[in-house]
Design a binder for this molecule. Structure first.
Ligand SMILES: [Zn+2]
Length: 306
């Protein structure tokens, strides 16, 4: 036998079952595991210059920076502000163009980013004036306990060793700190044939994509993953796109903030007021936005995992 040994599941369970041409499934935890060998240098400059545009047909990083700010980034900020007020310290791991880091800072947070590519980090620093550390988060000189929130948007599916990386991130969080995660959602009850039959958009995260997306988590496996690092309280919220899942992971349940507190916090600075206007616009009207926040706070008390 030559070649690379098959990738094991992050959870350590042996005996993965076939799922599709590019993934196997771990029935023990509910994760899709890529069959692709690990490839070095995937996230250098060419990832954004060529892979995203030529391979995936997505806008380039300059266009993405402009498109994401009033859409994805604003959605993410609205969710975070419902749970934590500025000035908290936020680390955005895999921050790409840095637009979200900028928005966080404008809202009054003390935010920094990390990126694998020096060129992408330089772009973020130049375009948005944000601080971006270059390299894998495990290798960066960041002090333990120095962040209140760690954001990983579209990141954990790329990690070769999610337990190790997230375990390290956990050490960077303050005692009341928590994670904010967005990642594609594998729905365990659906087979690959089911996805194909319905033309499920989740397929775009799978097919011809297994070199990048090494692990695709379900809600169950995401819960098990974060429970292993001591952050067993998961609270799911509406993702920007239906094929993703969005959640916070914390040591203890997080109490939602009163909308009035958020408004007060943002109205303290000129850039905060600009951010408030962006939030109002993104959610069509402030009334509707706050109504949603109130409803979420009422019906969704985080459930601690045993
Ligand atoms: Zn597993």
């Amino acid at each position: 036998m030559g070649g690379t040994p098959d990738r094991a599941c992050w959870c350590g369970h042996p005996g993965l079952e076939p799922y599709s041409a590019e993934y196997r499934v771990c029935r023990a935890c509910g994760t899709l595991v890529s069959t692709a060998p690990q490839r070095a240098g995937l996230y250098d400059q060419s990832y954004w210059k060529e892979r995203q545009t030529v391979h995936h047909g997505l806008p380039d990083i300059r266009a993405r920076a402009r498109l994401d700010l009033p859409e994805r980034c604003t959605h993410w900020l609205g969710r975070l502000l419902a749970l934590r007020l500025p000035p908290a310290r936020v680390l955005d791991v895999g921050c790409a163009h840095g637009g979200y880091v900028a928005l966080l800072n404008w809202a009054g947070f003390q935010a920094e980013g990390t990126e694998m590519s020096p060129e992408v980090a330089a772009f973020a620093e130049q375009v948005f004036g944000v601080k971006v550390h270059v390299g894998p988060v495990e290798a960066l000189p960041l002090a333990s306990g120095s962040f209140d929130v760690i954001v990983l948007n579209d990141v954990i599916e790329h990690l070769p060793d999610p337990l190790a990386t997230l375990g390290h991130c956990a050490s960077l969080l303050s005692p009341e700190g928590f994670f904010v995660i967005q990642t594609p959602e594998y729905k365990e009850h659906l087979s690959h044939a089911d996805l194909q039959a319905s033309g499920d958009l989740f397929l775009k995260h799978m097919d011809h994509n297994n070199e990048e997306h090494l692990y695709l988590f379900s809600r169950r496996s995401a819960g098990l993953l974060f429970d292993r690092i001591g952050f067993g309280c998961l609270d799911f919220s509406n993702p920007v796109y239906s094929y993703d899942m969005a959640f916070t992971a914390s040591r203890r349940p997080i109490s939602p903030l009163a909308p009035e507190e958020v408004v007060r916090a943002l109205s303290g600075t000129p850039s905060g007021r600009l951010v408030q206007a962006l939030l109002d616009k993104a959610f069509e009207s402030a009334d509707r936005w706050w109504a949603i926040q109130r409803l979420e706070a009422q019906v969704k008390a985080p459930v601690p995992r045993s």
